[in-house]
Write a protein that binds this ligand. Sequence first.
Ligand code: PMP
Length: 400
Amino acid sequence: RFNDITMAPPDPILGVSEAFKADTHEMKLNLGVGAYRTEDLQPYVLNVVKKAEKLMLERGENKEYLPIEGLAAFNKATAELLFGANNAVILQQRVATAQGLSGTGSLRLAAALIERYFPGSKVLISSPTWGNHKNIFNDARVPWSEYRYYDPKTVGLDFDGMISDIKAAPDGSFVLLHGCAHNPTGIDPTPGQWEKIADVIQEKKHIPFFDVAYQGFASGSLDADASSVRLFAARGMELLIAQSYSKNLGLYAERIGAINVVCSSSDVAERVKSQLKRLARPMYSNPPVHGARIVANVVGNSDLFDEWKEEMQMMAGRIKNVRKKLYDSLSAKDSSGKDWSFVLKQIGMFSFTGLNKAQSENMTNKWHVYMTKDGRISLAGLSSAKCEYLADAIIDSYHN
Ligand code: PMP
């Protein structure tokens, strides 16, 4: 009976926000969840989103069910945004796209596809990775193992370790890659390294599986942030790509994203799409319409599209500013001679501080700075005004 059910542990990321809410200290900071905040540390709704919603209201659109695969205008827009409208994979209709419940739901649908059509195949995930990846594959009953990624000695990429672990995996494994702004480390391969990763994956007949949760948010350019995916697509490889609009359009709660499967022909793509629909139907029947219409309106309207790019650059720019300010404060305040330049080199929303579990707990318990226990802080939740305070907290915790 229900009586026998034990208490589940709090989620390592979303649980942090719950603890933050309960804290009454005036200097408290929530650097746990990766959600963009303004300089006043308030949530931000993009102007283009408000404009798109106004258009939608004026048109008086209905609330009929969407098809299982989602809104056609969204699916077209999202694939074109990812690959570029003139990419061969689009022109040859080789991409099976289905709207998903944001990044997480799209990853989950891909995991279900792997479980059903590649039974026993393993997914290789980076060590470390976004915490939910393991949950997703565990719940989908897809076996996974880790490849080396982060090197604590250099606070950089363990490229040789990564390559040799991908080589050592059984042929035909899926290799989960973060398209840009690797979470949690903020460390991305260089273009030359991406080529070498693609070489090994091809050699091993692995299938690349991209998680693209930050397109436009890493560099401020939508195209530059998709270059890793496009490099693989240009080689004619089959690949999986999950997309999310939580961060780049600030649509966290709308749950809008997509799964794209690049196939060897349009015929295969049609069959794959039919199977994605078959998997989605008993799970959630069909996806929600509101976020899909927002994306379709923003991407499909050249004025709104340009304005979106500006707002994205503004958000990415604010994060780069606090990154710089945090680095300056750490360097100025810390007399130990420690090199903090890794903070500057990391890309995207996060900084991987290198703080261990006990030190991360000191950040929270003594300094009221809420963060995940792996030492990751979300710079999107930091204001310029609080950089010095955060630097004091980090230095104290490091040398503790
Ligand atoms: N993948 C990665 C690497 C992420 O960081 C996130 C967001 N934290 C997601 C996927 C998915 O988030 P969502 O389900 O909100 O789109």
